[in-house]
Design a protein around this ligand. Structure first.
Ligand SMILES: *Cc1c(COP(=O)(O)O)cnc(C)c1O
Length: 376
């Protein structure tokens, strides 16, 4: 990652991705509000959903976030390098041989099956820097975690210390559809599992809500929430009733402008045919930058406050926009917004036939990242 805080102008031959850390902080505050008495953690896996794990983690820590969640140990090490004290939970579990590395980095593994617990306990007990782990209880997603039967067997064990697990975790399958019946079923099943498991681990807290879960209401939030996508500006629910503030602004410069007459064609496959006099701008952004090719013919840019639809296919390094509405603002060097407060993440994801998650995490290293925040 290039630190371009002091760059005096955006690059004019390639895309730039500006991350508004103040907007991130406001989204965090909103998620905190919605979570009531529960603590609000943050999921910063996948390089902070593509926006940069380190700057995102540092800002959230400054906003008071004390619990971070990552997918793997490597990401955990990156969080630990930024924050010495916060709890860092590793979702992917504890693979053989990672026990000492987790402890040295003071990471809490999320134990996903009995074998992981059995491998963790002896190593943890012999170290002076022993720490509590989290326990994932599956409530119907069948992806990771102890099955309900495996969790129930823990109640029969006499070899467990009460402080060896400090967090029970489960995960919603359908929280982005608030009215889905599975949400209430999962909440009830998790509640029951937590109540039983507290006989073994009396002080462990419980966590179930991702971004979408937070907005299902207080019963979904338990003790600690785990929002990801909403922090980064994604609408958590499919109906888009809850709109978060845009955090990522993707801009790309116009390289060339040309005027087309009705009947002229644009791009690979020549499958876009213009039907009226059209000003076309070729922009330095393509699928190699992570702007999904599937958004061709459906997504849009915004130039000078005007929508500029993508004409035809997205190329590897380029796309062509209809900038007729932008008039004289369409000239080489002008920056087109392809993601941001005007070109909405959820629109672009929908245009590409995918989820806001995939759209964000695909943005590649060729988009030069920079970070904006008020001097404090
Ligand atoms: C990624 C992830 C989250 C965050 O989900 P969002 O929908 O991005 O808020 C929470 N919990 C688990 C287990 C995850 O894998």
């Amino acid at each position: 990652m290039t630190d371009t805080r002091h760059r005096d102008r955006p690059p004019l031959d390639r895309p730039s991705l500006t991350v508004d850390l103040d907007a991130l902080a406001r989204n965090y505050a909103r998620l905190k509000d919605a979570a009531g008495a529960a603590e609000t953690g943050a999921v910063v896996k996948a390089d902070g959903y593509g926006l940069g794990l380190e700057p995102v983690t540092a800002r959230l820590a400054r906003e008071g976030c004390r619990s971070f969640f990552v997918a793997n140990v490597e990401e955990g090490a990156r969080v630990r390098a930024i924050d010495n004290d916060a709890s860092v939970y590793v979702f992917n579990g504890l693979m053989p041989g990672d026990e000492h590395r987790c402890l040295t980095l003071a990471l809490s593994p999320v134990l996903n099956e009995p074998a992981q617990l059995d491998r963790w306990l002896p190593v943890n007990r012999e170290r002076t820097d022993a720490r509590a782990a989290a326990l994932f209880v599956d409530t119907g997603m069948n992806r990771l975690g102890f099955s309900p039967a495996q969790a129930a067997l823990l109640l029969e064990r006499t070899d467990l210390e009460g402080d060896e697990v400090d967090l029970f975790i489960s995960h919603f399958a359908c929280a982005s559809t608030p009215e889905h019946s599975m949400n209430l079923e999962q909440i009830a099943d998790f509640k029951e599992a937590v109540a039983a498991l507290r006989a073994r681990f009396p002080n462990a807290r419980a966590s179930m809500a991702n971004s979408a879960g937070v907005f299902l209401g207080p019963t979904a939030c338990f003790d600690l929430t785990r929002p990801g996508v909403a922090l980064y500006g994604g609408c958590p629910h499919e109906d888009r009733a809850i709109v978060m503030e845009a955090v990522a602004t993707l801009e790309a410069p116009i390289l060339q402008v040309r005027d087309l007459s009705p009947g002229e064609r644009v791009g690979y496959g020549a499958d876009h045919v213009v039907d009226r006099p059209t000003r076309a701008a070729t922009v330095a952004l393509g699928y190699a930058d992570g702007f999904l090719r599937a958004a061709g013919g459906r997504g849009y840019g915004v130039l000078h406050g005007r929508r500029a639809p993508i004409m035809g296919r997205v190329s590897m390094d380029l796309m062509t926009l209809d900038v007729t509405a932008a008039g004289a603002a369409a000239r080489p060097g002008a920056l087109v917004e392809l993601l941001g407060p005007n070109a909405l993440l959820d629109d672009q994801a929908e245009a590409a036939g995918t989820a806001n998650y995939e759209f964000l995490t695909r943005l590649g290293p060729r988009c030069e990242r920079s970070y904006r925040e008020a001097e404090t």
